[in-house]
Design a binder for this molecule. Structure first.
Ligand code: CMC
Length: 430
């Protein structure tokens, strides 16, 4: 069997043989298909990248039809059960699970960078008190670039690692700043002896002059949620990080762009919108009317936390989150919105509209219910997605900058605008 694809151009009768590798043909191989020699050649048209691989990656594997997610080959449920977020960040970065000394060295290196310059706090006070935390976080991460001008040396491996440590370390600190700014509270300094999530919780909730010990069940639950959010291959924000980074911009401004992409309600912003939706539904009796509105809305109104570009089956992360919810509720008490969510899922999964389109709960459907039970306001939920995703964004960025095949990201277009015409002076226009 030849591993090639033969294309016949019926405009010319010519045939072309294209190599197939990994069930894929190279779009550039189509360029030789032309009617005349002076033509540009054939392109592919793929708005929203529905069927285009933009890179070769060895980080995260998803089988959307089977509902499988693996980081570096390890199934997500095993990592969620047995690992920690910092260990997963190491695995993503280095491709292998660390030994005990490697994990200690990595964790110490990350935690040693968790402080953020006091000067940046002055910028924080310039935000309105009701500023959205994702807008603040994207701005603060971009501002960090001005403190580390050497981060532009992206071809220096040691320099890249330093910026990666800094960014993974500083995200919880900046996230906690945004949380406290909205409450009118001064930032709390990081505490080095705690875990990544334990330190984050103390920076959020510690009262001035008092000791704070994170609840171990909530600390672990947050760690599991962080593991589930650490990477998800070429999604919108990761593609933004790669695209911005491909211009050789530094990782801080690249990540600020990724944060902006994540903020949108169709991506990471969906977890906030799920809570808004569940509150709007209000009670189980209103679910049928809500589902009817979604179905008749022809895409205008969506069931937030449902559907996925890649998963056409139950999102494996949503399953784990549902299990984690029970552990959290034992500490915090049950979130009454869970009953509405469970019933909404039950009804939707039996409804022909959702069945036909293979729309299942995604990672955002249940995460907000846990976050709310843990005391987080809905507008903070996307920050809780962004902090662990920093690891994935940075590993994907590193893979991109070290891939000799990658160049500045620059798609083509099909121009259907006006043909060439002459400028008309203002006084001669009809
Ligand atoms: N509720 C109702 N209808 C939906 C939904 C939904 N949540 N999602 C998709 N559809 C319909 C859509 O209207 C379309 O119907 P039709 O074929 O009749 O036009 C069909 O299903 C296919 O949808 P699509 O918009 O072409 O699919 P997509 O791959 O472009 O979009 C998505 C994927 C995640 C943006 C979409 O499913 C959605 O908007 N979901 C709600 C927002 C959400 O939960 N986002 C979080 C995604 S997971 C975490 C993350 O990425 O951050």
């Amino acid at each position: 069997m030849a591993n090639t694809l033969t294309i016949t151009d019926n405009r010319t009768g010519k045939s072309y043989e294209l190599p197939i590798e990994h069930d894929t043909v190279r779009a550039m191989d189509l360029r030789k298909i032309k009617v005349t020699d002076d033509e540009f050649g054939m392109m592919t048209y793929d708005p929203a990248f529905m069927n285009t691989a933009s890179c070769i990656s060895k980080i995260t594997y998803i089988d959307g039809d089977k509902g499988i997610l693996r980081y570096r080959g390890y199934p997500i449920d095993q990592l969620a059960e047995k690992s920690s977020h910092l260990e997963v960040a190491y695995l993503l970065m280095h491709g292998e699970l660390p030994t005990a000394p490697q994990l200690k060295e990595w964790s110490d290196a990350i935690m040693s960078h968790s402080d953020v310059f006091d000067q940046l706090q002055k910028g924080l006070s310039g935000f309105r008190q009701d500023a959205h935390p994702m807008g603040m976080l994207a701005s603060l991460v971009a501002a960090l670039s001005t403190y580390y001008p050497e981060s532009r040396k992206i071809s220096d491996p040691a320099n890249r690692q330093l910026q990666i440590h800094r960014l993974i370390a500083k995200m919880p600190t900046l996230g906690a700043w945004c949380f406290r700014q909205r409450k009118g509270l001064a930032p709390v300094a990081p505490e080095k002896g705690l875990s990544y999530t334990g330190n984050f919780l103390q920076m959020l909730y510690k009262a001035e002059g008092q000791k704070y010990s994170p609840n171990p069940v909530l600390e672990r639950a947050l760690d599991i949620l962080f593991i589930l959010h650490a990477d998800h291959e070429q999604n919108c924000s990761t593609s933004a990080m790669r695209a911005i980074g491909s211009s050789q911009a530094d990782p801080y401004v690249s990540m600020s762009g990724a944060l902006s992409a994540l903020y949108g309600p169709l991506h990471g912003g969906a977890n906030e919108q799920v809570l808004v939706m569940l509150k709007e539904i209000g009670s189980k009796d209103h679910i049928p009317a809500f589902i009817k509105e979604v179905k008749e809305g022809k895409g205008e109104k969506r069931l937030m936390g449902f559907g996925h570009r890649v998963y056409k089956n139950y999102d494996p992360r949503a399953k784990i989150i549902k299990q984690t919810a029970d552990q959290v509720f034992e500490v915090t008490g049950r979130n009454p919105l869970l009953d509405i969510a469970l019933e909404l899922e039950r009804i939707a999964l039996q409804d022909e509209y959702f069945v036909k389109r293979k729309l299942y709960p995604n990672v955002d459907f249940y995460s907000g219910i846990i976050y709310q039970a843990m005391g987080f306001p809905p507008e903070f939920f996307t920050v809780l997605f962004a902090i662990p995703r920093a690891a994935g964004w940075l590993v994907q960025w590193l893979e991109m900058v070290t891939d000799p095949e990658q160049k500045i990201a620059r798609p083509r277009q099909i121009y259907l605008g006006s043909p060439d015409r002459n400028y008309v002076p203002l006084n001669q226009r009809a």
